[in-house]
Each structure stands twice: as structure tokens, then as C-alpha cells.
Write a protein of this length. Structure first.
Lengths: 461, 268
């Protein structure tokens, strides 16, 4: 199981100047079911298409069993792909669709016959060989697409969101069948999806991607229980993500209380993020043995459990799942166990924006001139401008801001939103705000002179 | 209510009469011997007989004009179908502005009056010292037929699943094999309708042919009839010829429509 079948090293790709994959390093073990998971535009499909050979990387290498793949045309790669919308050949019937690859290999027709029948049985479509592919349902077409790929006995099977076009019930059934097929065939599967639940159900290994970078690689359990950053925590499952301070080893403070935890090695009084899954918060009517209290705001039945939003006495909103219902308005008490608190290093504690000192009292950053105190610096100096997350002001009217940008990511942190803004100049600014914004909103950005603190940039060029 | 219905029927009837009366007129008068159109001298099939036996004045001219027309139409529409399909695939793979620009350029020759296409091609051939004849007529027909093929193939490309070409490569087909075994069969309906359209366009073209055929005496059906009419009166055998061409087109059209209806039914 430990032998690598595919190695990807320093893979990068840009489309018309926009980087979609940057410095990807990854290996795939022989026989494993690996899933590339991420929101749309994270680069997962681009990566799959490069493995299949439909795209060439700008930089980096891909090897299959040690042999370089880059430059080998797709029809010479011993890999097969299952496409998102099946891509069956409409002018051929089921049998000829499946036999397409085998006929090209000039395999004798009696062997083709044998192999086609075998895969048809595997995908439970035995009596369909003469059917026109247009007459099949979506689920049936997908089975034929899978059969058409695996009949060639590829070394690796690539699956590009193969179940995305199916309805929920069908999707669940196909998930089980895919997992079963993977076990039976022993072929390595590389699976691309944006559906975190699907990834958790199917995979041996999950690769979480965002904005062209790998965020975390791990087993489904690792990824769910120990997300490495707030993006992964937010993307996989439901979660409460909160600002916290690591007081010392095994002690962390958030929502106005100190909690015992199992994490160590962060240092003392270090700002961190914590993740608490909603099912890991214990909710009680009696106060004994609990750590903090609050009032139920809403309660929704979700089939097996109830999902409740609770405002704590300190003003933080928490999502809690429990088998018991608590009515809105009810006073409740909560408890979090040490092992259920996942502490994560903060990716950043404030905005650090590269800038150039301009004429007296101004600096140039984010493509605009900002006023601030430039004492101690002279014109032309390269500096880093520090701005706290809560000191960036957002305006409804993008014209009212010094510069403008689009809201690209929203994270709720219990009592405020943490937004990622992609500015006009292509840089990122992070903002803490109480106001509600929507993804892709166009906003104006203002920063007051007194909120900018300059630091000499480290010369490295 | 009743009056409205009658009026509606009458309206349709008038339109149909106006549309088909000339053809009907020719068809009826193909069964009489009279030299000039409009004189009925009793039922006779002798015009058909002389058309097929070649026993008529000017017969060699007419027969060779029909042959020329068919050969030119066939060659031009085959070339246009190939060129148009390749062009459509190219246009389909373009993006944004470029795509719009090329599509716009493709549309111009279709809107451009034939007379302008004809004269400008004539000037071009003269400028290039191209001796005019068969080749220039075919080239000219290819230029005005190709955009129609592009227009017929493009929708098929848009309907096609964008991944099927890649799927063929993925299953081990070389780019040429993928083109032959997957792309062409999928685009075939568009190519066939583009071909038929090109064929009929080439068949009845007069203006472009007239200006590009040169002085070697190449006649197609349309230029032959034009010259014939100027000499004084149409050759009577043209009447059965027109009738037959109309019937062949009608049968072809019925055949395609029935087949399409059948295929549609099977899919449902």
C-alpha cells in the first residue's frame, strides 16, 4: 500500500496571468482512493486534467510509476477518465461505447466480447448492451461511462465529479457502488468533488484545496477532527470557528472563558483559532458541571438531531447539535470537553501590505495613495503597512472607498465576520466586521491614517 | 367565428396558389408540344421523349449545361462541406471577441449580394491572371457555400458534450482517430444539411457563375437558360426538365422529412 503510483512535484499553472495552481506537491499510493476536494475554482479539475493529459503544466512534473507523464499525449497514457457529464458517444450503442478503447487496441473480438460483458455485469447493466445511450437515465449513463473507462484496465482511474449531475438518492447509491467497485478492482482512484460529504464517505485520503493550493492532506477522520486551518474547518462539515488565545499548554481562552484542551506547543498568550464541532458542545438545562451559559435563539429539527443557535451571556453565537430540543428563549448551560477543542495556528494576526513611501505623509499600496504618518521613513522606502482586521472600513458604495474589492470568502467567528477581500490590485485584505456582506459583493475600502503602522521591509532583492 | 375561419383558409389558399402556380403552369405545359409557352396544342409526351433521346435543336448545349451544373455543384459542395466543418470546429474552440469577430466575418458573404461576390471574384481572378473556367467557377461556388456549412455545423458542436473528443483521446484514440470515429459521426447531421444547402445554392446560382466562367464557353443550366431566352424563346424541352428537377427535389425533401420524423419518434 505504501508504493507511490503517481508523484506530483512543484506543479504550477496559470490561465491568462491568473494562477490556478501554485507549487502543488502530492503523491498517490497504489490502490488508494484519493479525493481532491475544494470549492469551485480551487484548481482541482485543472489538476485532474493535467494528470489525464488534456492540459500541460507551466512548471513541475508528474510521474506515473517513476516515468514522466508531462509531454505524453493523452491517448498514450495508461489512465482513463470518467467525465462529469458522462461524455458517452451518442452515435454508438452501449456495447460499442464500452468496446471503443478495446477496438482501438486491436484486441480480438471474442476477448472484447468477454471483457465488455464482464464490466457490464460489474456495473449491473448486463441487459443493456444494444441500447442507444440517449435512452438511458443519468445514473445508467454514468454506469456506462465508468464501464467504458475500467474495461481498459487503467493503472489509475480519474473521476471528475462523476455524481454531480445525479439526484441525491441516486448519488448515495452510486457512492456505495463506487466504493465497492474500487475494492473489487484494486485500481487507484483519483476523484474530484466539491461535495465534502461525498469525500468523507468515499476516500482513503482527502486532499483539501483552495485557491490553487493544498490546504491539508489526510484521512477523512484527520480532516474532520483536526482541520489545520479555518478554511478546512469551515469547508468540511459544520463548525464553530472562534478567535482564541492560547494561554499556555493545555489552556485556551475563548468566548470569555478559559477551557482546558489537549493542544500544546503554541507558546504562551498566542492568538489562535479554535474549532468546535456543533455535536461536540454539550447542552443542559441545569447549571451543574457546565462551563458557560446562554439563551436559545432558534431550534430546527434536522431528522436525527436538532440544530440550535445559542447566544452566550458574553454575546457569542454558537451552533449546537443535540438529540434533545431546547425551545427558543430557554436559558441553557454548555460544556465542551478538552479533546473536542481543536486549536489551530492563526494564518495571520493582522494585514501586512507591501507599500512604498511617497510624498510626505503618504504611502502607495493596493494600487492607491493612502495618508499616514511616515515619520522615520523617506520617500521611496519600501515598507510593510500593518493594519488591524477591524480597522479596515468597508463601504456599500465602491466609489466611496479609496480602493475597492470583492468579498471572496466569509467566515463567521461567533460574534463577527472575518472577510477576505480581493482588491482591484489583485491583493488580499482581511477584515473583521459586524456587518453582513454577501460573497462577491463589490465594496469600497477605506483605512484611516492613524490605523496604518509602518515597518521597514526586509530587503531581499 | 365561421367567417374568420373561412377567411383564414382562403388566405392560406391564395398564398399556396401564388407560390405553386408557376411551377404547376410549367408542369402542365410540359405535356404539350407547342413551341411557345402558353399555347396548348393537345396532350403529348413528345417533349419528354426528345429531352431523353436528345432529338432537339440545341440539345447538346442543354445536356452539357446540366452535366456541368451537376459536376460543379457536387465538387463545390464536397469541398465546402470539408472546409466549413473544419472552420466550424476552429470557431467553436475560439473564445470571446475573436469568436464573435470570426462569426461576423462568416456571416458577411451570406448577406452580400451575389452580384457583388461575382464581380469582386471576377476582378480578383483577372488581377491574379487566373484563366477563368471550370476551376474558377468551382472556387467561387466554394466561397459562397462554405459559410452555410459553418452555420449548419456550429449548432451541432454547441449541442455536443464538450468532453466527448477528450473522452476519445482518453480511451486511446489519436487526434485523427478521434476526429474520424467520434467528431465526424456526431457532426454528420449538420454536415449533411450543410452539404444539401450548398448543393442547391450552387445548382441555381447565376450571378457568380456568370462573372467567373470566363470566355471559354462554359455553360451551366442557369447561364444556358439565360442565353437561350435572349436568343428568342426558351427551348421547349426546358419545361419537362424543370418539372423533373422539381419532382426530384420534392421526393428528396419528403424522404428526409419522413426519416427525421421517424428518428425523432424512436428517440421519444
Amino acid at each position: 500500500m505504501t508504493e507511490h503510483i503517481i508523484d506530483i512535484k512543484h506543479l504550477s499553472k496559470s490561465f491568462s496571468g491568473k494562477e490556478v495552481l501554485s507549487d502543488i506537491n502530492l503523491y498517490v499510493r497504489r490502490g488508494e482512493f484519493i479525493t481532491l476536494l475544494g470549492p469551485s475554482g480551487c484548481g482541482k479539475t485543472t489538476m485532474l486534467r493535467m494528470i489525464a493529459g488534456f492540459l500541460d503544466p507551466d512548471e513541475g512534473e508528474i510521474t506515473l510509476e517513476g516515468n514522466p507523464l508531462v509531454g505524453v499525449p493523452p491517448h498514450e497514457r495508461p489512465l482513463n477518465t470518467v467525465f462529469q457529464r458522462y461524455a458517452l458517444f451518442p452515435h454508438l450503442d452501449v456495447y460499442d461505447n464500452i468496446a471503443f478503447g478495446l477496438k482501438l487496441q486491436k484486441i480480438p473480438s471474442d476477448e472484447i466480447d468477454k471483457r465488455v460483458r464482464k464490466v457490464l455485469k460489474l456495473v449491473s447493466m448486463s441487459d443493456y448492451e444494444d441500447r442507444d445511450v440517449d435512452t438511458l437515465s443519468g445514473g445508467q449513463q454514468q454506469r456506462i461511462a465508468i464501464a467504458r473507462a475500467i474495461v481498459n484496465k487503467p493503472k489509475v482511474l480519474l473521476l471528475d465529479e462523476p455524481l454531480a449531475a445525479l439526484d441525491l438518492k441516486m448519488r448515495k447509491d452510486m457512492q456505495i457502488e463506487l466504493k465497492e467497485m474500487h475494492k473489487q478492482l484494486g485500481i487507484t482512484f483519483i476523484y474530484v468533488t466539491h461535495d465534502q460529504e461525498e469525500a468523507l464517505t468515499l476516500s482513503d485520503t482527502i486532499v483539501v484545496m483552495n485557491e490553487g493550493r493544498i490546504q491539508q492532506i489526510g484521512t477523512p477522520k484527520d480532516i474532520y477532527n483536526e482541520p489545520v486551518n479555518s478554511f478546512v474547518a469551515d469547508f468540511i462539515g459544520e463548525s464553530n470557528i472562534l478567535n482564541a488565545t492560547m494561554i499556555c499548554d493545555h489552556k485556551v481562552s475563548f468566548i470569555g472563558h478559559d477551557f482546558e484542551c489537549v493542544d500544546e506547543g503554541f507558546g504562551e498568550n498566542v492568538p489562535v483559532d479554535v474549532v468546535i464541532r456543533p455535536e461536540d458542545i454539550y447542552i443542559r438545562r441545569s447549571q451543574s458541571g457546565t462551563q458557560f451559559s446562554g439563551t436559545v435563539v432558534s431550534c430546527t429539527f434536522k431528522g436525527v438531531h436538532y440544530e440550535m443557535f445559542v447566544d452566550t451571556d458574553e454575546g457569542f453565537e454558537m451552533m449546537i447539535q443535540d438529540y434533545n430540543a431546547f425551545e427558543p428563549g430557554e436559558k441553557v448551560h454548555m460544556l465542551i470537553k478538552p479533546e473536542d477543542i481543536q486549536v489551530m495556528k492563526k494564518e495571520r494576526i493582522d494585514n501586512v501590505i507591501p507599500a512604498t513611501v511617497g510624498k510626505e505623509g503618504t504611502i502607495h499600496m493596493l494600487g492607491e495613495n493612502f495618508e499616514c504618518s511616515t515619520e522615520g521613513f523617506s520617500e521611496g522606502d519600501k515598507v510593510l503597512a500593518h493594519v488591524s482586521f477591524d480597522k479596515v472600513d468597508l463601504e456599500d458604495d465602491d466609489e466611496a472607498g479609496k480602493t475597492s474589492g470583492n468579498v471572496s470568502f466569509i467566515l463567521y467567528k461567533g460574534d463577527h465576520y472575518h472577510l477576505t477581500i480581493l482588491t482591484e490590485s489583485g491583493e488580499k485584505v482581511w477584515v473583521d466586521t459586524d456587518d453582513i456582506w454577501d460573497k462577491n459583493d463589490l465594496v469600497g475600502i477605506n483605512i484611516l491614517p492613524e490605523d496604518i503602522r509602518l515597518e521597514k521591509a526586509v530587503e531581499n532583492e | 367565428m365561421m367567417v374568420k375561419k373561412i377567411l383564414a383558409r382562403l388566405y392560406i389558399a391564395i398564398i399556396l396558389v401564388v407560390l405553386y402556380a408557376p411551377i404547376l403552369f410549367i408542369a402542365i405545359f410540359s405535356f404539350t408540344e407547342a413551341k411557345s409557352l402558353g399555347n396548348w396544342t393537345g396532350f403529348s409526351t413528345s417533349l419528354y421523349a426528345s429531352l431523353f433521346s436528345g432529338q432537339m435543336q440545341n440539345s447538346s448545349g442543354l445536356i452539357s449545361a446540366v452535366n456541368n451544373t451537376m459536376i460543379i455543384a457536387l465538387i463545390a459542395s464536397v469541398i465546402a462541406t470539408i472546409l466549413g466543418t473544419v472552420a466550424a470546429i476552429g470557431i467553436f474552440n475560439l473564445h470571446g471577441r475573436k469568436k464573435q469577430a470570426i462569426q461576423f466575418l462568416n456571416n458577411i458573404p451570406m448577406i452580400n449580394p451575389d452580384i457583388i461576390t461575382g464581380v469582386s471574384l471576377f476582378l480578383l481572378f483577372v488581377f491574379l491572371h487566373f484563366s477563368q473556367g471550370y476551376v474558377t467557377v468551382i472556387l467561387a461556388h466554394v466561397t459562397f457555400c462554405t459559410p452555410y456549412v459553418v452555420l449548419n455545423v456550429l449548432p451541432k458542436l454547441h449541442q455536443m458534450n464538450p468532453n466527448i473528443y477528450e473522452a476519445a483521446l482518453d480511451l486511446g484514440a489519436t487526434p485523427m482517430q478521434a476526429l474520424r470515429k467520434v467528431l465526424v459521426p456526431v457532426l454528420r447531421p449538420g454536415m449533411v444539411s450543410g452539404f444539401i444547402l450548398s448543393f442547391t445554392m450552387s445548382l441555381d446560382d447565376f450571378a457568380v457563375t456568370f462573372f467567373t466562367r470566363g470566355t471559354i464557353g462554359l455553360e451551366t443550366l442557369s447561364t444556358f437558360i439565360y442565353a437561350d431566352a435572349r436568343k428568342g424563346g426558351l427551348t421547349p424541352e426546358l419545361r419537362p426538365l424543370m418539372t423533373l428537377i422539381f419532382l426530384i427535389i420534392l421526393v428528396l425533401l419528403l424522404f428526409f422529412n419522413v426519416r427525421q420524423a421517424k428518428m425523432h419518434k424512436e428517440n421519444v
